[in-house]
Design a protein around this ligand. Structure first.
Ligand code: ZN
Ligand code: MN
Length: 479
């Protein structure tokens, strides 16, 4: 029996505003606990929240870029629950009137475009941080320390519809969302810093079932690697249960990074358990058409636009997807160089593969200013004109990274230029035939694999400067 997994993602994105969501405490990045606090973000009685306009602008831009309809007359709700790192006993969030609804994001999966439908995009505030001493987990800790620096930092939550079909697709979706918030300039988008945090809702149903299976929520996946592994593990676990006619419990499960398993955390609360009600301390969130139109004008080039531009140069979907998610200088350098070379593949390979790899290996963080599109295009054009081999091109690049050289002069003075003169090569081929009469005869008798040996001999007698494919062509013709 075929099992069909269905996945929905909930992602929290920390915005990069200077101050918190409902007070003017600065957002800080520090290990010093509890240095950026006030009565509002500590939830002291009588303190009143004031919304951060910059955060509202950022979430509106994100919702528009994810093709959402914007709610003109929205509001903030209180989501009531107790947790030590939430001293107000409620989180200010949004309920039935979120900033954006019914959006979509285009992602690339292998060589295809897929659309992930977005259910909602809403504004809320972050909680503080708990540090569980001893085990690191609340259930077995010896004590817990609380740091409220993060309490009240603006958070945007993006919820997809249950439309994702595999762990790979979930990863590709998060990569797209991450690039989107980076390109919009509204978040640093660093997973390792917790700027993006995601939960996955996973269910499995038998093929042909009209309804989705029982949904299990997985928390605590802090890298794309753990997201992929946790989803795959959970799909397998649920599939086994269904196949042996056991019941799946609707619950929240914890991904254990070390053991690579999910384990039960708590039975899942429903939205009624949170007793949502509109926050009486905050006015309605009125987003006028004028406000929305002004934000629209500020939307920069989106990841999907960058991808289209790259596909137009001749790159494949996945190459364009990869390059569009690289650092912006790589993306710009490719486009500038491609304009000069009019070639996509060699330009892509030399810049994303060789250049990036060599810089990393040499531990060079900033590209030397003389390694520019002009010099790179000179190398690429020499390769494409068969003047030098790709291997020699790499050698020129290595030297260009170290010194301000002229690629053509360097290739010439270091004997890297290949011999493309047919008469010249023919002469060498004849000499090689003369010296290897026995081999030639064996090839004629059917030992075709010996051709490679002769090609090697031709290249050797030329001092390594013959283009192997031209040498081979001439050899075969001669045979
Ligand atoms: Zn504060
Ligand atoms: Mn949330």
């Amino acid at each position: 029996m075929n099992m069909i997994p269905t996945i929905g993602m909930e992602t929290h994105v920390e915005l990069n505003t200077n101050s918190k969501m409902f007070c003017n405490c600065p957002v800080v990045e520090t290990e010093d606990p509890n240095i950026s606090l006030c009565p509002t973000c500590l939830g002291l009685p009588g303190a009143l929240p004031v919304p951060n306009l910059k955060a509202i602008e950022s979430i509106t831009m994100l919702a528009l870029s994810a093709n959402c309809s914007i709610t003109n007359n929205g509001m903030f709700h209180r989501k009531n629950y107790f947790y030590p790192d939430l001293p107000k006993n409620y989180q200010i969030s949004q309920f039935d009137l979120p900033v954006g609804v019914n959006g979509s994001l285009e992602i690339i999966l292998d060589e295809c475009i897929e659309t992930v439908e977005i259910e909602r995009v809403h504004m809320e505030e972050d909680t503080g941080k708990s540090k569980h001493k001893g085990s690191g987990r609340i259930d077995s800790a010896t004590s817990t320390l609380l740091d409220f620096n993060r309490s009240g930092v603006p958070l945007v939550e993006i919820v997809t519809k249950p439309v994702i079909k595999s762990s790979k697709e979930a990863v590709s979706y998060i990569e797209e969302l991450r690039q989107l918030v980076i390109d919009l300039g509204i978040s640093e988008g660093k997973l390792e810093k917790g700027n993006l945090r995601f939960d996955a809702n996973i269910s499995v149903a038998k093929e042909g079932d009209k309804e989705l299976g029982v949904k299990v929520e997985i928390k605590n996946m802090n890298s794309l690697r753990s997201l992929e592994k946790a989803i795959d593990f959970e799909i397998k676990r649920q599939t086994k249960l269904i196949e042996s006619n056991e019941k799946i419990i609707q619950e929240t499960r914890h991904w254990d990074e070390d053991k690579e398993v999910t384990s039960s955390m708590r039975s899942k609360e429903g939205s009624a358990d949170y007793r949502y009600f509109s926050d009486p301390d905050l006015p309605n969130m009125i987003l006028t058409d004028e406000f929305i139109n002004n934000i629209k004008k500020e939307i920069p080039t989106l990841p999907s636009d960058k991808r289209k531009k790259l596909i137009d140069t001749g790159l494949s979907m996945s190459e364009s997807n990869h390059l569009g998610k690289s650092e912006v200088w790589i993306y710009d350098l490719y486009l500038d160089t491609q304009k000069l070379t009019n070639d996509c593949k060699t330009t892509y390979n030399l810049i994303t593969g060789e250049l990036q790899g060599q810089l990393r290996k040499a531990e060079i963080e900033n590209l030397p200013e003389w390694v520019n599109s002009e010099r790179l295009s000179e190398i690429i054009t020499m390769i494409n004109d068969n003047k030098i081999s790709f291997t020699s091109g790499k050698e020129v690049l290595t030297n260009l990274i170290q010194n301000e050289i002229n690629p053509t002069d360097f290739a010439e003075s270091n004997n890297l230029i290949q011999e493309n003169d047919f008469d010249e090569i023919s002469k060498i081929v004849k000499d090689v035939f003369e010296a290897n009469k026995e081999v030639v005869q064996r090839i004629k008798d059917g030992e075709e694999k010996l051709v490679g040996f002769l090609v090697g001999q031709v290249i050797k007698s030329s001092g390594g400067n013959i283009n192997p494919s031209i040498a081979k062509d001439l050899l075969l013709k001669e045979l």
